[in-house]
Design a protein around this ligand. Sequence first.
Ligand code: GDP
Length: 304
Amino acid sequence: QQALDTGLEKTKDNIFSRLTKAVAGKSTVDDDVLDELEEILVTSDVGVKTTLKIIERIQARVSRDKYIGTSELNGILRDEIQQLLAENNSNDFQSFEYGDHKPYVIMVVGVNGVGKTTTIGKLAHQLKQAGNQVVLGAADTFRAAAVDQIILWGERVKVRVVSQAMGSDPASVAFDTLKSAVANGDDVAIIDTAGRLHNKVGLMNELTKIKNVMQKVVPGAPHEILLVLDASTGQNAIEQCKQFTEATSVNALALTKLDGTAKGGVVIGISDQFKIPVKYIGVGEGMDDLQLFDRKSFVESLFK
Ligand code: GDP
């Protein structure tokens, strides 16, 4: 909770210091207060649609209860935000749920620079700490740096990495990684992929090819298609989410760089808009700075 509190500090300041100012000297939640709240949420990257949903719900409460004191507004907002966030089954890596899958296969997608490699390294570390045997597949073969970085993370967190020469077929790396995971009895295989977005059809075809190859080795794989998004890019993250969910069946999100950004509201907007659970959040560059997202702790940190 400590790391989360620190990580969300700027977002919290952005939303709540302004909200406190907006209600200063007022006793009831009136249209002016709601207008201010709307403005605050939109500029905190909650997104227009989600903001309007929140405002409408509060409006409905105001007209139902006739009078809502400004002192109650925080609590109400907190409830509404919590309801918009998807609940996670587990909030610590010890009780991370794999179903019956062994290896549990995570295919990681996202554009360059969002923190994909770092997230993979941190995730490998956390899962290993929780007692799992993990293997990484360096299938982003288009950037030499990507392969090198995965290898480096593998050394750092002492996890095996399967790689081929730069420029080799990503699907072939994915295939090798899963073969090796099965032979080695690994619990989790995490596969990096190239994050080129300039052509949606190309992206779709490439990811489909990788998925098909994975299924030849592990039926049902990938169990998790994890899209990594940089929270500090706010609305860009939403746009990327749109593109990737159209290209492949993303079923989990990782939002990175929540530390140091005031745009943490994007977590709320994305969760509501795409109905895909935010599963992991990055709150720093170190190997321990990845957390399983828990809506209660998140909201608690925001409203402290
Ligand atoms: P990739 O190109 O998507 O693989 O991005 P990288 O994993 O190389 O990360 C890009 C930069 O973002 C690096 O300097 C990382 O240390 C940094 N980074 C990644 N995740 C986080 C995070 O949660 N918080 C902070 N502050 N920096 C991060």
